[in-house]
Design a protein around this ligand. Structure first.
Ligand SMILES: [Fe+2]
Length: 320
């Protein structure tokens, strides 16, 4: 599909006072401690007040109408996240229980929404996201089917980066698990994968969400995000090894990437995995500037790039 098919984003909303939540993350049959808004004709309309209830029937009716995103005022976001955290089922996550794993996925996605909506990452929200991401390999290590169920491709462009970050972490974990990495290695890999694109918070929103093609100058600015990401993680005292993965996640196996043009094994293993996970996730998602390819198309396109990716790792991602 062409760029013209890409969804438009309301940049004002992105910079404004609302954050996007997946409809299925909203607790049903309780008095809601926050208000909910729906996007109708590009306008946000309140449809539940504090103290109202969302019934499972209403949630399903919205879902049947292809509504997958609701909006919560930024000042009520901590209340929303608090609810997700309070209902986390640690034992269920360890057993690979689907509902528990979905709760983990939603909580991680909610922290990433918060992080990506700002222009700096606080230590508190980073630590929360770090703790939650570390549990992802535990949950998805139980079954491949569960990993697939946790992938999210929202129709809302504002949710692209947070969904993408979690999807990249899921794909990277799947490769790490197949390589039989240790628990610590998996934690490091998944943290690097989750935060690979954190540097985008330093990119002007008008460029980041520009529908349609970017100019050469705009691409130059976008290509600074690995360096910004390394700096952000450095300020948060994240291990240098993880900072390097973030810096290297746009390097390509054939030396054609950026920022350093590193080649082959000179690129860290975790960065080579993150690259593959990121490309595959991006190509199969609706991006603000480009509509999604099918998984089959994405695999064909990545296989046809001849040497851009570490093929032995790519095989691990796509093999049954
Ligand atoms: Fe990136």
């Amino acid at each position: 599909m062409s760029d013209s098919a890409a969804p438009k984003i309301d940049v004002a909303r992105e910079n404004g006072k609302f954050l996007s939540a997946s409809l299925e993350s909203i607790a049903v049959d309780i008095k809601l401690p926050y208000s909910l808004y729906l996007s109708i004709d590009q306008k946000l309309v309140k449809f539940r007040n504090v103290g109202d209830t969302l019934t499972p029937e209403r949630q399903k009716a919205l879902s049947d109408r292809k509504v997958d995103t609701v909006y919560i005022e930024r000042q009520e976001w901590q209340t929303y996240i608090g609810g997700l955290e309070a209902s986390l089922d640690q034992q269920g996550i360890a057993r690979g229980n689907e509902k528990a794993a979905m709760g983990l996925r939603n909580a991680l996605g909610a922290y990433l929404q918060l992080v990506l909506a700002g222009d700096e990452v606080t230590k508190a929200s980073f630590s929360k996201a770090e703790d939650l991401s570390a549990k992802l390999p535990i949950a998805i290590g139980q079954s491949r089917e569960l990993a697939h169920k946790l992938l999210r491709r929202s129709t809302d462009p504002a949710m692209y980066f947070s969904n993408h970050a979690v999807n990249v972490a899921i794909y990277a974990s799947a490769v790490g698990l197949k390589m039989r990495m240790t628990g610590q290695e998996l934690q490091d890999l998944v943290l690097a994968a989750t935060f690979a694109n954190i540097g985008v918070i330093k990119i002007p929103r008008q460029i980041l969400y520009k529908p349609g093609p970017l100019t050469q100058d705009e691409w130059k600015i976008i290509r600074q995000h690995p360096q910004y990401g390394k700096e952000i993680l450095g300020a948060l005292l994240v291990k240098p090894k993880i900072q390097e993965v973030v810096l290297q996640h746009h390097e390509r196996f054939d030396g054609g990437g950026y920022p350093a043009g590193l080649m082959g094994q000179k690129i860290q293993l975790f960065a080579r995995i993150t690259t593959i996970a990121e490309c595959y996730s991006a190509m199969t998602s609706n991006r603000p500037w480009k509509a999604a390819s099918s998984p089959h198309e994405a695999v064909s396109m990545m296989q046809s790039t001849q040497g851009k990716f570490d093929n032995s790792l790519f095989s691990l991602l796509i093999e049954k």
